[in-house]
Design a protein around this ligand. Structure first.
Ligand code: XIL
Length: 312
């Protein structure tokens, strides 16, 4: 039985993963995506510079391929991501005028969310707005509009698709500190202004033996906002060299994280950020780490997979 079916049997909405034209071109990955998962996040094709690299020129070929694949296979989509400091074209980064940037954001979100209206379950409307110390990250959005870019983005997305679940997405909310404190304050402020926000995505790019044990308490804290919470980009990286002891520890950690979502009512689901260790973004981004996922480089199930199944 698939991970997705087991999560649904436990009353959750999905067990998800990423997909994009890269993995769709890889039969080993596509086969596992089809059989195990029910919710899909495009790894890149819905990011700003893949959609509107130059002003007014929209390219939806790849994102359409992903959405069409999902529909054909009776899968759901989490749109990712509308406003993020990365993958922003230079023409956006160079904007200094408030009215102009407001129009550009509203137009981008209106076009992208509008195109997939009714076909995308949720959107990561804003992504990674905080620094580690809880201050707002420097981006063209914050430089020009201050915090107002956040409600602006949510209102634009809600107008374009009133039924989509609208999320704020962030990493390193997995342990206590100023970043989750800032997130809790921001959520409180958005809720007090009736901003149409429905969920918090906690990316959970975890480090084995370091940032995993605090996940349950942190997830509970996020859930206390009464918004939906979702683990949106789960991987648990191991310090090189990988050995059986580290893989056994990783199994326990995947069990702990999966159980954390199961035990929280408004945790709607868990999404991984990749199928096979071969394709993970981690080794190329953080070279001292490896093997963060549930299938190894030969697409064989790791003990961590059995850990997740054991909990489900
Ligand atoms: C990553 C992709 O997996 C990589 O392929 C790409 O080179 C960089 O972005 N947080 C996010 C994701 O919200 O969009 C990022 O995805 C990983 C970190």
């Amino acid at each position: 039985e698939s991970l997705n079916a087991m999560m649904k049997a436990k009353g959750k909405l999905y067990f998800g993963n990423i997909v994009d034209t890269n993995t769709l071109a890889e039969p080993n990955a596509t086969e596992i995506l089809k059989t195990e998962f029910g919710m899909f996040t495009p790894e890149y094709s819905m990011k700003w510079n893949f959609i509107q690299a130059s002003q007014g020129k929209f390219t939806f070929d790849n994102s359409d391929k992903v959405v069409d694949w999902a529909r054909k296979n009776d899968k759901q989509i989490r749109g990712h991501t509308l406003v993020w400091h990365q993958n922003i074209p230079d023409w956006v980064d160079a904007i200094t005028d408030k009215a102009n940037l407001t129009k550009v954001i509203e137009n981008h979100i209106g076009k992208v969310v509008g195109r997939y209206r009714g076909r995308v379950y949720a959107w990561d409307v804003v992504n990674e707005v905080f620094n580690e110390n809880g201050t707002f990250r420097n981006s063209v959005f914050h430089r020009v509009l201050g915090q107002d870019f956040i409600p602006l983005a949510f209102e634009a997305a809600h107008k374009a698709d009133p039924n989509a679940r609208l999320y704020i997405n962030e990493y390193n909310l997995d342990f206590p500190g100023p970043k989750i404190d800032a997130m809790m304050n921001l959520i409180q402020s958005l809720q007090s202004k009736n901003v149409p926000i429905h969920g918090i995505g906690t990316q959970s790019h975890l480090t084995s033996n370091k940032t995993v044990d605090t996940v349950p308490a942190q997830l509970k804290r996020l859930a206390s906002t009464k918004l939906d919470v979702a683990i949106t980009e789960l991987d648990i990286r191991l310090k090189r060299p990988v050995d059986d002891a580290k893989l056994a520890k990783q199994k326990q950690e995947y069990e702990l994280v999966t159980r954390a979502c199961l035990e929280i009512n408004n945790c709607v689901g868990v999404s991984m950020w990749g199928v096979s260790d071969k394709d993970s973004w981690i080794p190329s981004t953080l070279p001292e780490f490896d093997a963060p996922l549930l299938w190894n480089k030969k697409f064989e199930r790791k003990v961590a997979y059995k850990g997740v199944v054991g909990v489900l």
